[in-house]
Design a protein. Structure first.
Lengths: 263, 285, 217
């Protein structure tokens, strides 16, 4: 495993870190000894062929992996230096700090656009309606959706286009002000125009959040990510600056994958 | 490529269609004839007095009405619902959301067994427990028996509706740092409410017409009742008592009540189907 | 069967075209110097023909490269290959231009006599051809050992050039009649030195293509 091009920062500057992380679905091991350090206020992409474990990896970063029946994980995952898998940590707390956007847009269809974005806030006990209204607008602006829905905030959450739904889900995740935003193939169900809007959005998010994005579209990783990690069959094969991976990767496997010669 | 004789296949197709149609008629004919019979004999009884007056004495010419029986039925239905619906819903929630273990599976199995119990057995149980044990037929014993019948229906439909809620919805909520129980109550339940409401209404329609348990538990009272710890008149029991009596006016009232019950239950069932049709089911409910 | 068949075919096609251009380049150098040595006008024409054909291939190669970039978004090794290809087509073109210049001189000096002591231009030409050969070989075979040889030869060519320069200068100083021809020898030597330089460029690009590092000799 090569991490060339990753200058070693003092550990404090790494927002998240995995240490010998392993994860299973029943008896199938999906992730094998993955150790990586993720920098804050940057976008890191994880690429690899289907089944390589990339979705499983990010689901371990916000403890969503264990929601699946018969799934378990072992190893350490640090958020700001603290292990999120230690016994006295409540996964619910972690998920407030590490948000997630899923592959298929999943707004709550029984709620309005406004209520969708406000849901996280209200469910976490916030009652101040004025504050909620402000946060909803702020999140929708950050998700580049405000202009399109500001006149119809009461419209059904599922009544908007796919690209808008995904941005709604992003706004919903941002509303609770997480520190890290995980994105599991956020654009794979969208058309190219919606995709490029979201890619622009990801670029802007870097300022306030740490973004980790799983994508099967290598060009997308090349476009949006500062660092890229390549996984294959559950292992981390290579992890370094995106321009290094795409100009001159260290590992032959990486080269084969990104030039499309996995056959 | 050789496909075989097209004409023969078409013939077989038409034959199969005809047989299916025939079966549909065979099934529909008894239903329709019962409905017609009941409505023809019962509808003429309808009048304002019919629904509001006191029960008629036997044999005399006074027409009377079924007001008390309607109120009685309402009591037992309400008691049954008050017990059966919450238990059914929470049981359904448990099995669907938390029941991926041996306990959940057992609960599910027992629910199925319960739903298959003959209603008269339920009646006997309630009789032994609340009538014999506590000294006499009462409205609440009837309500209790009906609730036992309701629980599996409500539980099953709740469980099925919740299982239909896509997992992506649950994950979306969990990923926002919302704990499991809140996710279930605020999101999953809300998403599946159409199905749950349907199940509840259908369970009410079901118990509205149950007679065996009532026969064994609520007894009969010719007067309007206000207390639930007394015997009470109910529509199904009225139909049994009056319909098997030798008095003509009673028999007429029985037909009228039958017509009313049938219309009531039919409207509930059809109404619920209409309400939940199409993708606008969410906004309507 | 490896995926991206169409893409691989286009890359291979480009490779062959570059090899073809390389062949033409080598021939052009050899023929140009020979035409100068032997005052062979037919060969001069052939050299000019080669120039046109090389240019035609250059245009085609450029088009192919642009198309590959637009349609297939090459990355990593493929990207470096494409970038290198684009650059070395220019090198080939320049080399053939210099060969043409030598052929022009051959034409101009067709009536003139060579100096008795043979000036080492044929030797220089041989080395230049060898350098181009090695450079192209290293490109097609992705063999870095050959680039080393190219860099070594470059030193030799440089010293040969100095030698020829002094030698011809001596001739010119001895006998002012020899100045015209002498100047021509200088030009020829100069062009050959430039050709060697371009061969060196090609080798440098191959090093980048294989390792991602940029070197300068």
């Amino acid at each position: 495993m090569h991490t060339a091009g990753c200058d070693i920062l003092s550990d404090k500057k790494y927002k998240m870190e995995t240490n010998e992380l392993n994860a299973w679905f029943g008896s199938f091991q999906a992730i094998k000894n993955v150790s990586m350090k993720i920098r804050g206020n940057l976008t890191t992409a994880i690429i690899g062929p289907s089944g390589c474990g990339k979705s499983t990896l990010i689901r371990c970063l916000n403890r969503m992996h264990e929601v699946t029946p018969k799934a378990r994980a072992k190893g350490r995952v640090l958020l700001d230096g603290e292990d999120i898998y230690s016994r006295d940590v409540d996964p619910v707390e972690i998920r407030r700090k590490v948000g997630m956007v899923f592959q298929k847009p999943n707004p709550f269809p029984t709620m309005s656009v406004f209520d969708n974005v406000a849901f996280g806030l209200r469910a976490n006990g916030i009652r101040d309606e004025e504050f909620i209204t402000k946060q909803v607008e702020r999140s929708l602006r950050q998700a580049a959706l405000w202009k399109e829905v500001e006149d119809n905030l009461d419209g059904c959450g599922a009544g908007i286009s796919g690209g808008q739904q995904q941005r709604l889900c992003i706004a919903r995740a941002l509303a609770i002000e997480p520190e890290v935003v995980l994105m599991d193939e956020p654009c794979s169900a969208l058309d190219p125009i919606a995709t490029s809007k979201i890619e622009d959005l990801i670029f802007d998010l870097k300022e306030h959040y740490t973004v980790i994005i799983v994508t099967h579209n290598m060009q997308q990783a090349a476009r949006v990510a500062d660092y890229t990690a390549f996984m294959y069959l559950g292992e981390l094969i290579e992890y370094s600056k995106t321009k290094r991976i795409f100009e001159n990767p260290e590992e032959e496997l990486t080269e084969k994958y990104i030039t499309g010669r996995f056959g | 490529m050789i496909y075989g004789n097209l004409k023969v296949r078409k013939l077989k197709d038409r034959l199969a269609y005809a047989i299916a149609l025939l079966c549909v008629f065979a099934a529909a004919v008894p239903l329709i004839s019962i409905l017609l019979d009941v409505l023809v004999k019962g509808l003429p009884q309808f009048s304002v007095e019919f629904f509001t007056s006191e029960l008629p004495s036997p044999g005399t010419g006074e027409p009377g009405g079924i007001g008390p029986a309607m109120i009685g039925s309402m009591y037992v239905i309400m008691i049954g619902s008050a017990i059966g619906i919450p238990i059914g819903i929470f049981s359904g929630i448990y099995v669907s959301e938390y029941g991926n273990n041996w306990f959940g599976r057992s609960v599910r199995f027992l629910t199925e067994v319960l739903s298959g119990l003959p209603s008269i057995v339920v009646g006997i149980f309630a009789f032994l427990l609340l009538v014999l044990g506590l000294g006499g037929p009462t409205a609440y014993a009837g309500g209790f028996a009906l609730s036992i019948i309701m629980v599996p229906v409500v539980s099953r439909s709740t469980e099925e509706s919740l299982k239909l809620v896509p997992n992506t919805i649950r994950e979306a909520s969990l990923a926002l740092g919302v704990p499991r129980w809140k996710t279930t109550l605020n999101v999953v339940l809300s998403h599946g409410r159409a199905g749950i409401i349907t199940g509840v209404i259908l369970s009410i329609a079901r118990i509205a017409g149950e007679s065996a348990p009532l026969l064994l538990t609520v007894g009969w009272s010719p007067f309007v009742q206000t207390s639930i710890s007394e015997p009470i008149s109910t529509m199904p029991v009225l139909i049994y008592l009056y319909g098997t009596s030798p008095y003509e006016n009673w028999i007429n009232v029985a037909w009228g009540t039958s017509a009313f019950l049938v219309i009531f239950i039919l409207s509930l069932s059809i109404g619920v189907r209409l309400l939940t049709r199409g993708k606008f089911a969410y906004s309507r409910l | 069967m490896s995926p991206r068949k169409a893409y691989q075919e286009e890359l291979d096609k480009l490779s062959s075209r570059l090899e073809k251009m390389a062949g033409m380049t080598k021939k052009a150098i050899a023929m140009a110097v020979e035409s100068f040595e032997r005052h062979d006008m037919e060969m001069v024409e052939k050299v000019r023909e080669l120039d046109e054909r090389t240019y035609g291939n250059l245009v085609k190669a450029e088009k192919e490269i642009i198309r590959i970039i637009a349609l297939h978004t090459p990355v990593a090794g493929d990207l470096r290959f494409i970038a290198t290809s684009l650059k070395i087509t220019t090198d080939f073109d320049r080399i053939v231009r210099y060969a043409t210049d030598i052929a022009d001189i051959a034409e101009r000096t067709s009536e003139m006599l060579h100096f008795k002591a043979s000036v080492s231009t044929p030797h220089m030409a041989e080395m230049a051809v060898k350098m181009v050969d090695l450079a192209v070989d290293s490109f097609t075979k992705k063999d870095l050992s050959k680039t080393k040889e190219v860099f070594e030869l470059e030193q030799k060519v440089d010293s040969l050039y100095d030698e020829i320069f002094r030698e011809v200068l001596t001739y010119m100083m001895e006998d002012s009649q020899k100045i015209t021809m002498g100047m021509n020898y200088q030009f020829v030597a100069r062009y050959l030195e430039r050709i060697a330089d371009h061969a060196c460029n090609i080798a440098e690009r191959v090093v980048y293509m294989e390792t991602g590092e940029r070197v300068r000799m």
